[in-house]
Design a protein around this ligand. Sequence first.
Ligand code: SF4
Ligand code: SF4
Length: 434
Amino acid sequence: MDEIEYKKMIKRCLRCSICKWIPQVQIKSQKYASACPAIDVYNFHPYSGGGKIILALALEMGRLIPSEEVRDIVYKCTECGNCAISCKYLNTLEPLEIIMTLREKLVAAGVGPMPQHVKYTESIEKLHNPYNEPHEARVDWLPDDISLDPDAKTVYFVGCTSSYRRKEIAVSTARILKAARIPFTILREEEFCCGSPVLRTGNVKAFQEYLNKNLDVLESKGIETVIFSCAGCYDTFTVDYPLFREYDIKTRHSVELFQELIEKGRLKFTQNLPFRATYHDPCHLGRNAERYEEWNGDTVPIMTLVNINVPPKPKRMGANGIYEAPRKILEKIPGLQLIEMERIKEYAYCCGAGGGVKAAFPEMALKTAFMRIEEAEDTGANILISACPFCSTNLQDAIKEKGSKLKFFDISEIILMALGLAPEKLRFILREVK
Ligand code: SF4
Ligand code: SF4
């Protein structure tokens, strides 16, 4: 967000607190009415989207100075963007963009990001991944049965989390591409962190370096399409990269491609998966993956605290995220019954891991995931499915810690089982899931 828009926008918060809840017409019960993990965990106004806007205004007015206390509040936020959807039911603010700019300002003032973010930023600079893992181990997940096509114009961008921590997602994705006979390659050691961890914590300079590295490599190889199994990488390439650099490469999350291949009959389900399943929408595949529409207008005051956008600004309401593809896939799997949670699609509750929270405030990440797991359990489902390696890690940590009976799978693992390409895993799950 540019400086002029930021300064105008932070004055326009109505203090209505609508951003703490999902929109009223979407509320199905009091238990699952809340929108904001930071408010649910810390229950004090400054932690909400609106509260952080008040902090931003107080900092601009010099009534607060950037301090570690302010920093801790600003970084106790998963940047899930739920507040930004609710706010636009009444006002026209962008709380998520304000929070991201506020973090940039704290970094510029020398108090941000959190020490844990500094550590992973150093790891990204040195090893090109935030996990302090050797760069050359990035392709260790690649099994022998996958042959890459060196001339392919389609790249599977694996991302750091699936490369090092959730290898089952990378393997399943590659095997599904193979089953559909899609010629593809990977960037191997030329793949670098997408930059999301540094962008979300306010380090735009480092982010631009990674954006340029990845785009330079893809463009130099004449790549036409990039496929992602990570919601975070997909969102970063699709929504954030174009804000800094124009490029002409198609980006697709694997669920979109797989759904299309299933519709065309190029992937055929042969196995019965007799599960009651519920699906968690990753924030970065859902509301935050909605692209920005260009707007070159102005915000004009018409009364005290009342402003209008001239011409009207397209509202980014999150409805254009990827919601239907994963659901259509799951509905096609023989035997699988999809049961929805109360907060879904653009109103979905966050898994708790994003925005640097998993690294800096693991207790907040876990508490948030406990709430999402409980919501999933309340559906009566026995398996929980999502489409993001980061959600996968945090939700599985919470399942373990809570002693939940739910089993978690990435959608790529479910597809592979339904295709009959993971018979051992399916046999194991059929024994385990009650
Ligand atoms: S982005 Fe999410 S966690 Fe952060 S203030 Fe908004 S709703 Fe709360
Ligand atoms: S950010 Fe939006 S929803 Fe939240 S208090 Fe301000 S105006 Fe209300």
